[in-house]
Write a new protein. Sequence first.
Length: 313
Amino acid sequence: MEGLRIRRGSPNGLGMSSYPLRAQALVETMLASAAASPESAVAFQGAPGAYSHQAVRELFPQAPALPCASFEDAIEAVQTGRAARAVIPIENSLHGRVADIHFLLPESRLFVAAEHFVRVRHCLLGIGGQDELRQVISHPQALGQCRNRTRSWGLEAVGYFDTAAAAAQVASVGDTSVAAIASKLAAELYGLTILAEGIEDADHNTTRFVVLAREAAPLPAPGVLAMTSLNFEVRNVPAALFKSLGGFATNGINITKLESYIRDGSFAAAEFYAEIVGSPSDIGVQLALEELRFHTKWVKLIGTYPCVRDRSA
């Protein structure tokens, strides 16, 4: 990325103790709160103030939020009972699939219980005036999403491992020449001034999150538009994928996501993560799944939940 330097020696998945001091102090408080009520705690990846934290607040405003250093840690918190749910980003309108999620979902043995969309509205956060700024730090994706605006201000962009942690770093160091790009929530948590709001170059920047739980959610009530997430592995024969998906076409089932990946170093056959509009209680979905099972090695349904946004547009 032009004009971007990646900060060397920054913590990157090394655990919460590697976060800036202002973030670490808040993490300790949040960990204690979650430990006191694990039956209602909701895990997320990132420092307090991350967009995943914002998603938790929007979905479960009364629940204690459990910050985790990685997606794996957030998933493990649910698996081990330290949290009742995890809120995980799965895709972004600008950058597509979130890395590794297609592996983590099927391996987790957790169920997708809901979806949620967060409009990513980046803010320029600092402790002084904007005219004092010389440098801005944030996650490289956030810097890329605000590249035109920061370049117009003449700011040096420096990559950091997390948007909210960048905000905590600015608050911890107290240098008026350095700002962070992060959420409005991060400004609130770390006592930073919002120097500019909505500085992203694209006004459609949105991240889709899924809620993961140990048990599958009840099927949505009849009449409620539903989404179903599933995994399957095709047979190693010609036209295997074409035959596997034929039932969805003939039964009018919309496939909104289909991603392939190879597991265990085998190039013989691919596994797929898919999302469809509909519920297994729908006759069309039942027929499509029956045909899918006939042409695949295995099929695993990993969640049916209300569709928050209409995919037909």
